[in-house]
Design a protein around this ligand. Sequence first.
Ligand SMILES: Nc1ncnc2c1ncn2[C@@H]1O[C@H](COP(=O)(O)OP(=O)(O)O)[C@@H](O)[C@H]1O
Ligand SMILES: [Mg+2]
Length: 419
Amino acid sequence: MKVLVVGGGGREHAIVWKLSQSPRITKLYCAPGNGGIASLAQCVDIKATDIEGMLAFAIEQQIDLTVVAPDDPLAMGLVDKLQENGLRAFGPTQKAAIIESSKVFSKELMKKYKIPTPEYQSFQKYDDAIAFLDKISFPVVIKADGLALGKGVIIALSRQEAEKALADMLLDKKFGEAGNRVLIEEYITGPEVSILAFTDGNTVIPMVSSQDHKRAYDNDEGPNTGGMGAFSPSPYYTPEVAEYVEKNIIEPTIRAMAEEDRTFQGVLYFGIMLTSSGPKVLEYNARFGDPETQVVLPRLKTDLLEIMEAIIEKKLDEIEIRWDERAAVCVVLASEGYPGSYEKGVPIEIKEGKPEILLFHAGTLKTEQGFVTNGGRVLGITALGRDLEDAVGSVYQNIGSVYFEGMHYRRDIGKKAEL
Ligand SMILES: Nc1ncnc2c1ncn2[C@@H]1O[C@H](COP(=O)(O)OP(=O)(O)O)[C@@H](O)[C@H]1O
Ligand SMILES: [Mg+2]
């Protein structure tokens, strides 16, 4: 079987790594892939958002299954395009991916189906949004409706900050079309957990829980990033919490999407905050999260290809999904300056790691001289351990197996897990 994975970050490396263990796959491609993925799959130089290029490649190579991992091609309808051309694709259709690509849509869905989420109002006009600020207290959360590379959410501590965020989005179009509509949302607090779930639109099977670290520096300080590390499981996600979330959030969401004629098939990610008044949904992602995938997939024992095919064929109820009891931790090694501007092309030294260590490349390029940096987040080191403490110890002991000039990483990944 020939399989193509669309994307080229740490998440895609983890997906390709897992699929490469599937005995039925004879050829793996990844577009565009990266330096590390190149050792497991043939990398093809097509951008993830080049819908026509991707379709042409899949037709030409007679790809049996295309796995669409990133948000943009899903929102642009790559899965629909492939299916219309008689090709099998894993991921939600454009109609279903709207659960991520429009935050206004997802809030209205939650309101209609009584799924717990912070209170909100949506606005298209700047003056209306400003007038609303008179009626509320601060802090408040301002969100751009569309995909904004993780930069479209502002926690405004004061009215002044809220006005600036609204002006940036609605008047100055800082986020382009993604900011044509905005949400003003109630600010809530509590630990955040990420729950990814496999679903064929009817059956839904949650994966093991995880937590990520979005801020650039230790103790959750500094600017937001694409993610500096993750761990699994989350100690906050107890069996009681899981039962509540499945009954009141996960299952109702899958049913709601089917009822709206937007049946969701793929991986649905639930960003959940555990507040003093119960778990609430912050957002949905229509795909695997990054870097959560780098701690969740190493714990998956079942063949990922079997699960993906069962989802496409709507037979997920026939599959048993098994997990490794061990904990996993992933620490991201970033370029100097990230998430601001950074250099590319810095040589990377990689020594042979221990067998319990997995190295997932995020932004690397393979050259004749060896690997060089090619992005802000360069690599992720994942370790498995008896428990979180053990996995944290192991990951930090092995950081020395990678070096590049300016390498920056957080030293407190997994510390949020201390209850
Ligand atoms: N209502 C809220 N109250 C408090 N914090 C929030 C709220 N909504 C979002 N956040 C914080 O902002 C982060 C990003 O918001 P999210 O909705 O996940 O958007 P995105 O991932 O698309 O940037 C969350 O992980 C959370 O830390
Ligand atoms: Mg988020």
